[in-house]
Write a protein of this length. Structure first.
Lengths: 191, 191
DNA sequence: ATGCTACGATACAGACCTGTATCGTAGCGG
DNA sequence: CCGCTACGATACAGGTCTGTATCGTAGCAT
């Protein structure tokens, strides 16, 4: 009784995993169909094109990101604590074998043309994250919230890329410490 | 009298530009040959495979990186000054329309399998940069040179990715400030 | 039972990709 | 002058990719 998943769900999960691990261009629809055990026509019945499947994966990744973000930050008492909790959690994740970087950075790298749909979805996601950082930085009393937000943003994406390039043992083992230093420089030492 | 360049040089320059802008997988050998105005067989005479051309481009990028690094840091009086000068220069570059990210991060993303030759060259390059950061951090008197080096490393790659994703106007406009903050936290305020 | 829908499997079309084979030629050294 | 080498152009082989077309079937609702 393990599989009550619909063909569409099985397909999507397999596609998501393959895209994330091996890249969007490296994985073809035949591979996705074969690995998920469903017919190719069923794939195209649910997703009119491979690009639609990619976009669906990105939108799903966006949802998961924010669910995770809220889950992780909801127990922190202060905006400052929310920022630090996020970077603690991110450091833990990106030093894990399950991490293969960031789906949005990956798609933007593989499809660098800005008018490609997947690239646009990636930009939207990152801009939203950046805005959230700004909001939290402001609430945390940063002298220059936009500056702090951008600095944390660079750290985040650097950590994702470190994971994709080096695997689990990568320089992001010092991510959270860097975030803390930047926050303290802008907001003062912990209350 | 503009072109005393050999066919091999013309080819290489065109390939380099195309790989950097559009990605490795997106550009085919036919495109490279056509755009550089040389025959496809001439390409394969100089580079036995596309992968060899990619590796040649990466090795050349590595050389240019270090020439640039030495050029930029040689006038700084102290190791600390060298680190900050590098990040000043990097910030300037990645907020320029000529920047399309980092050739090494790009190749590692497009070819994530660690045994791919291009990925390995990229890892070597990044490890060397990381080691140089460590050396300078140590000479600059950082309390934990490895930690500071890794933190700066994350900033650097985050800045490259910000450039590839957003173009010239990106969060890396605050890169140098972040680097300075991290250095000061480890080495104390400027002497 | 029967008709309908979703599905799996397979074959196929057309494009593109890497890499090779072939041919004609221009330049250059002996 | 002559032969050799590097070159450009083109055609081609074999593979892979996206997307479509076709066929047979299993389940389900009426």
């Amino acid at each position: 009784m393990k599989t009550e998943a619909t063909p569409k769900e099985k397909l999507f999960q397999k596609a998501a995993r393959l895209f994330y691990r091996h890249g969007y261009r490296a994985i073809g629809v035949d591979t996705i169909a074969a690995e998920s055990g469903i017919g190719k026509m069923t794939l195209y019945r649910h997703y009119p094109s491979k690009d639609d499947l990619i976009v669906a994966y990105l939108k799903n990744s966006d949802e998961i990101f924010w669910e995770n973000f809220e889950q992780i930050t909801k127990n922190a008492a202060t905006p400052r604590g929310k920022l630090l909790a996020f970077f603690d959690s991110l450091q833990e994740y990106v030093t894990t074998p399950a991490c293969y970087g960031c789906p949005f950075l990956n798609v933007a790298t593989e499809y660098p043309e800005p008018d490609y749909t997947g690239h646009q979805v990636a930009i939207e996601h990152k801009q939203t994250v950046r805005a959230r950082f700004r909001q939290l930085a402001k609430e945390a009393g940063a002298r220059e919230p936009e500056v702090l937000a951008d600095q944390l943003f660079l750290l985040m994406d650097g950590a994702y890329m470190a994971s994709r390039m080096f695997g689990a043992k990568n320089p992001a083992q010092n991510l959270a410490g860097a975030a803390r230093t930047l926050v303290e420089a802008q907001c003062g030492p912990a209350e």
